[in-house]
Design a protein around this ligand. Structure first.
Ligand code: ADE
Length: 350
């Protein structure tokens, strides 16, 4: 299988450094976690291979860093197919999309990252391409405009998105396979970190791997990034081995707390509590109050704070929960305390 980054569109921002490429599993048996998706995809791949067909179009959705690109590369590899990679924001005009499609060969995989960011008129070109493998192009403008139809080779589109809700129904419905990638468990991340340490030739104890895994927000990309930073500390300030203590002190110095919150997450929690009385506060107001982009809060910080149960989304905005207060070492206001706890408090204060 070959993997091509499409450069027709100038898109070169899929943030893979050389190291990250090295850490990426290349086959299903090297890929840790997402067990159900892996099992199902292997069946679909085998069935398509047995029938000598191309694979149906696949939509992968889930938070950033969960391995959507990696998984599509593995699927393409299992189908012995060439993978071409691009992203929604890089395809600016219908002509860009037409050029990409026209350049495909039979059986190719086309990976479109952030597919929810395609413009509507570009997305519409995909409908007939996905369904009938034809490209309808309008030539000219006004009364003299005419439409020509080009046959396309059969290909597999893999769409990836962090925001499935922003996909239009006609596009979503054209994917034969839809998978939701879930955050990884600490044990799975621990196995990934152990594997990555071997690839990078870093000494790692099980406690070291676990400590990194605990603070990686359920995300392999973050786990591998933390591993690289901890490795720096281990090599410069210790004997090069990543033990539990080395990982702990390195991650503390990076302001990553024991459950993986960073300074932005903390700023969000403190702002809701101190500036907005614990909430509710609207996203834009919150973003302005801490000088962060609303999009960053919504896509990066908030999913993990929600997952931990530290904040809640209500129709009137975000609020900090009792767990959120507790995590900061604060006593939640009385409205957050259940009647049972209130009674305990009453007893305690007597
Ligand atoms: N590196 C990044 N994601 C991975 C995964 N799911 N399995 C193994 N190694 C990985």
């Amino acid at each position: 299988m070959t993997e091509d980054r499409l450069n027709t569109t100038g898109y070169n921002q899929i943030e893979d450094e050389d190291i990250e490429l090295k850490l990426r599993p290349a086959r299903f048996d090297e890929y840790i976690g997402q067990e159900k998706i892996k099992e199902n995809m292997q069946v679909f791949v085998q069935a398509a291979l047995n029938r000598g067909e191309t694979l149906d179009h696949v939509l992968l959705y889930g938070q950033p860093g969960l391995g959507k690109t990696t998984l599509s590369s593995i699927i393409a590899g299992a189908m012995n197919a060439r993978l071409r990679i691009t992203a929604g924001p890089a395809i600016e005009r219908p002509g860009d999309m037409a050029a990409i499609l026209n350049d495909l060969n039979e059986g190719d995989f086309l990976f479109i990252d952030e597919i929810h960011r395609l413009n509507r008129n570009i997305e519409e070109i995909l409908y007939s391409a996905m369904e009938d493998f034809v490209l309808d192009i309008v030539i000219g403008k006004g009364p003299g405009a005419r439409s020509i139809r080009l046959e396309l080779p059969r290909f597999t589109l893999v769409g990836a998105t962090t925001r499935i809700g922003l996909l239009t129904a006609p596009l979503r419905d054209r994917f034969g396979v839809v998978h939701h990638l879930e955050p990884y468990k600490v044990e799975e991340l621990s196995t990934i970190v152990t594997r990555s340490a071997k690839v990078l030739d870093v000494g790692m104890t099980p406690e070291g791997a676990k400590e990194i895994a605990r603070r990686a927000r359920g995300t392999p990309r973050i786990a591998n990034r933390l591993l690289k930073r901890v490795r720096d500390f281990a090599q410069v300030q210790y004997d090069g081995n990543v033990t539990g203590d080395v990982a702990k002190s390195s991650l503390d110095r990076l302001d990553i707390d024991p459950v993986g919150l960073d300074s932005v997450d903390k700023k969000i929690l403190w702002a809701i509590i101190e500036k907005f009385g614990g909430g509710p506060v609207g996203l834009d107001t919150l973003a302005a109050s801490i000088d962060e982009e609303a999009g960053t809060i919504e896509d990066v910080a908030e999913p993990y704070l929600l997952q931990l149960g530290f904040i809640q989304r209500t129709p009137r905005g975000r609020t900090v929960t009792r767990l959120g207060y507790n995590h900061l070492g604060l006593r939640p206001p009385i409205t957050h305390i259940t009647p049972h706890e209130e009674q305990l408090n009453l007893y305690e204060s007597k």
